[in-house]
Design a protein around this ligand. Structure first.
Ligand code: MN
Length: 243
């Protein structure tokens, strides 16, 4: 009999990545990948992480989702405003149409197949956009949110009857804030499970479902705090239970 925590039982968690350019020993090269912090957070929580490139085409997304136990959507550049039926404003940073397209499909197929989802920062915004919500394109009126400091920066208040409350066990905590955009119109079916003191949406979930969580901050940068590591433990546990 295999150990319950052994390799046969490891949940396979896809981590949706970004594209970039780097200088390598062969000269300039484009890459597709994710920050190490996400990978470590999943593996430390007992999951088996796999990296998902942002140029996945439609058939590839479907093939990948069918084989995943769980999904992490990560941070990154702004979501193209055309994804939520808006013209681009004055400040739009780092839009990647391939990544937008792949992630919109990843979310919709994961939700349809009940593959558990942890949606972080841009990922939480993607969750809202995928379900036909809209975004604040440039969070200029809330400078406290668009920060480069990875340490905890502002307080969020957690809704009492939320999945977020059950996962973290707390009613408020301090989080980091590295986001340039935010939720504007909430998509149908979503509910806000945490807000900042200025009203900015900081967490989302789906009423009646315990397999989807979105957070506007970056728990993968705060995993020394058990309440932040709890997100990855929740995802891995929920994904393993679903198998
Ligand atoms: Mn914030």
């Amino acid at each position: 009999m295999r150990n319950a925590g052994g390799p046969a039982r490891r949940a396979v968690i896809g981590i949706a990545g970004a594209a970039g350019e780097a200088v390598t020993y062969l000269g300039p090269a484009s890459w597709q990948g994710v920050a190490t912090t996400y990978v470590r957070a999943i593996q430390d929580a007992g999951g088996a992480p796999v990296l998902l490139p942002p140029i996945l085409d439609g058939d590839s997304v479907s093939a990948v989702i069918a084989r995943l136990d769980g999904l992490v959507l990560t941070g990154g550049g702004d979501i193209g405003p055309s994804c939520y039926r808006q013209p681009p404003g004055e400040v739009v940073l780092g839009v990647d149409p391939d990544r937008d397209r792949a992630e919109l499909q990843l979310i919709l197929e994961a939700l349809a197949l009940h593959v558990p989802v942890l949606a972080i920062c841009r990922g939480m915004q993607m969750l809202n956009v995928a379900l036909r919500g809209t975004l604040v394109q440039h969070l200029a009126d809330h400078p406290a949110h668009f920060d480069t400091d990875v340490a905890a920066r502002h307080v969020v208040t957690v809704r009492p009857d939320s999945l977020l409350r059950r996962v973290t066990g707390v009613s408020s905590f301090r989080v980091n804030s590295l986001h340039h955009q935010a939720v504007l119109d909430l998509a149908p079916g979503l509910r806000v499970s945490a807000v900042a003191d200025d009203g900015v949406v900081e967490a989302l979930e789906i009423a009646g479902r315990d397999d989807v969580l979105g957070v506007q901050w970056h728990p993968e940068l705060l995993t020394n705090d058990p309440r932040q590591a709890a997100f990855f433990a929740w995802l891995v546990m929920t994904s393993a239970a679903r198998r």
